[in-house]
Write a protein that binds this ligand. Sequence first.
Ligand code: AGV
Ligand code: CA
Length: 312
Amino acid sequence: MQKKVYLNHDGGVDDLISLFLLLQMEDVELTGVGVTPADCYLEPAVYASRKIIDRFGKGQNVEVAASSSRGKNPFPKDWRMHAFFVDALPILNESGKIEAKLAEAEAHEHLVHVLRKSEEKVTLVFVGPLTDLARALEIAPDIEEKIDKLVWMGGTFLENGNVEEPEHDGTAEWNAFWDPEAVKKVWDSAIEIDLIALESTNMVPLTPDVRDRWAAERKDIGIDFLGQCYAMVPPLVHFQTNSTYFLWDVLTTATIGKPDLVKKKEVKSIVYPNGASQGKTEISEDGRPVQFVYEVKRDAFFDYITGLARQE
Ligand code: AGV
Ligand code: CA
C-alpha cells in the first residue's frame, strides 16, 4: 500500500528537489503541495512546483496551493531568488504549458481539506516554516487525528544555528526563526514529530564530488535536473560560510522513502517563541517529545537520491 504524504515547502533549491524526489517514490502517494513564501518568492515557487509535477510526476494528479502566510523574520533576498532560477530552467518549460492544478484554497485551508477528506492518516512533510500547519490547527483542531506524523526540517540543539541576523543571538535554525510562534503552536499539539535538525543536515553538505558525479551522469534527464538545480547554490569547498548549501530538505524527504538512512532517538524539547533567542529549540525535561535524527549514512543517502532521480 502507498503511504499518503502531504508536502509543504518554501521554494528553495532543496525544497523543489524534495518535491521532485517525492514524485519518484513508488510507495508514496503525494496528496497535495503547499508553497510558503519564506525562503523564496511565491509566484516562481508555485510555477516551478507545478512544472515539476508536469515534467517528472509520471501523470500523478497533484494540486499545488499557494500560502498566504507571512513570517516574523524575512529570509535574505539572495536566497529567495533561487526559485526564479529553477522556474526558468528550459527542461521545465519545454512544453510551453502548465497542467498541474493550482488549488483555489490558500495552503493552510488546502491542508485542512486534504486531511479531512482522507480516510487514512497522512504523513506531513514540512521543509520550510510551520506557519501553515499552525494556522490549519487553529481553524481546524480536528485534523490532528488525521496526521500520522510530522516530518520537519527545522531546529537544532547545537550551540550555533544558521541564523546570522541583527538582534538575534545565532542559536536558531532559519525555518524556526522565520515564524517561532508557529513552532510553539505545533510543539503544543500532540502530533508526533520527526525532527531533521542541523545536527544531521550538517553531515550532508553540497560538495564538488557530488556535483561531479551528477555531471558525469548528465545524459539521464533526472540526474541532469539535479545537477542543474545544484549549480545555482554555493558548495562547501574550503570552509563553511553562511551561504554554504546543505541537502537539508532532501535528507528530510529521503527519510520518508528510506527510513534506515538515519538514526533517531527521543528527546524532549522546548522552543523560544520570542526574544533574542527566538526560534531556538532546546533539550529540556519540561519539553515535548520529538524523534530527533542525529546520524546519517552519508554515502548511502547520496546513492539513494541519485538512484531515485534516474529516469532510465
Ligand atoms: O535552514 C535550512 C532551511 C532548509 O529548509 N533553509 C534552506 C533549506 O531549504 C534556509 C537556509 C539556511 N541557510 C541557507 C538557507 C542558505 N545558505 N541558502 C539558502 N537557504
Ligand atoms: Ca526549505
